[in-house]
Design a protein around this ligand. Structure first.
Ligand SMILES: Nc1ncnc2c1ncn2[C@@H]1O[C@H](COP(=O)(O)OP(=O)(O)OP(=O)(O)O)[C@@H](O)[C@H]1O
Ligand SMILES: [Mg+2]
Length: 273
């Protein structure tokens, strides 16, 4: 396991910086449910946004990914979910190489993804949005809809309401509920609390804990750094497409460098969009 936060080591690196090295990653990631090794990916030819990122998620964990705007957090999720081509490195799900596997294939293999923006069909009702989530296994709709509604009762109460008529927090429940329709083993969430009032944002973190307790391992990109690290088992800090720090959520929260670099600014300003 990663070392907890403390002072700098003999070579001046904090435990969380040391744990972010490729060598430590290879040691710690053995047996992971989902892992990325040395990922290189980008959008434009010749421009790499991810410059050799490592990541792993163990079965049962909630793992947070934080870092400044433009660090490559969303890009990392997209690369693991097959939405952008991987130029180098490898993505592995339960020891199966899934590098550049298409998103719809990954959905059938137990990976769900909720993007940062435009994550509901606004002109469809809640129920129709849920049907879209289960379109690969329509026969499971009723059983899955009941299961998802036990986590998000609002979805049943307002099943005939168009998503366009919902608040930001309610839409986020629709987006997460839709991803849960395929009964994923892993859920990738890109800024689930973005743009929500503090009360709704907190509700999202509580729901994530419940979803996790129901057996779903979670990867969560977040700008709400402090709250994210509170609910996460472990966290990664990305900076300019590279791993900068990794440790347990509580160790990162108490690491003077993280407080100085990320918690002071990000958590203090709590960017709202
Ligand atoms: N579709 C795209 N085409 C070209 N460049 C992109 C595209 N999407 C993102 N980028 C670039 O990739 C870099 C990383 O973006 P990414 O969205 O991964 O950052 P992020 O860490 O998620 O930031 P934020 O906290 O603002 O969501 C940025 O420089 C961004 O401009
Ligand atoms: Mg992003």
């Amino acid at each position: 396991m990663t070392a907890s936060a403390g002072g700098p080591t003999g070579n001046g690196l904090s435990p969380a910086e040391l744990a972010a090295s490729p060598q430590r990653h290879r040691e710690l990631a053995l047996g992971a449910l989902l892992r990325a090794d040395n990922l290189v990916a980008g959008y434009l030819p010749g421009v790499n946004i991810l410059q050799g990122c490592d990541f792993f998620l163990r079965n049962g964990e909630i793992v947070g990914i934080i870092g400044p705007n433009g660090a490559g957090k969303s890009t990392l999720l997209k690369a693991m979910f097959g939405l952008i081509p991987v130029r180098d490195g490898r993505v592995t799900l339960r020891d199966t190489d899934i590098t550049s596997a298409k998103a719809h294939t990954l959905v059938t293999r137990g990976v769900g993804y909720v993007p940062q923006n435009n994550n509901v069909f606004p002109s469809l009702t809640i129920e129709e949005n849920m049907q879209m989530g289960a379109y690969l296994r329509p026969r499971l709709f009723t059983a899955r809809f009941d299961a998802v509604c036990s986590l998000f009762p609002l979805l049943a109460e307002r099943r005939k309401t168009k998503a366009a008529a919902l608040s930001g927090g309610e839409r986020q429940m629709v987006a997460m509920g839709r991803a849960l329709m395929m009964e994923p083993a892993v859920l990738l969430l890109d800024e689930p609390s973005a743009g929500l009032s503090p009360m709704f944002a907190d509700e999202v973190f509580v729901r994530c804990k419940k979803i996790n307790a129901a057996g779903v391992s979670i990867v969560m990109v977040e700008q709400n750094v402090r709250r994210c690290l509170q609910v996460c088992d472990r966290g990664y800090v990305l900076d300019q497409g590279r791993n900068a720090y990794t440790d347990t959520g509580s160790a990162l929260m108490n690491d003077p460098k993280i407080i100085d670099l990320y918690l002071g600014t990000l958590a203090g300003s709590s960017r709202h969009r």
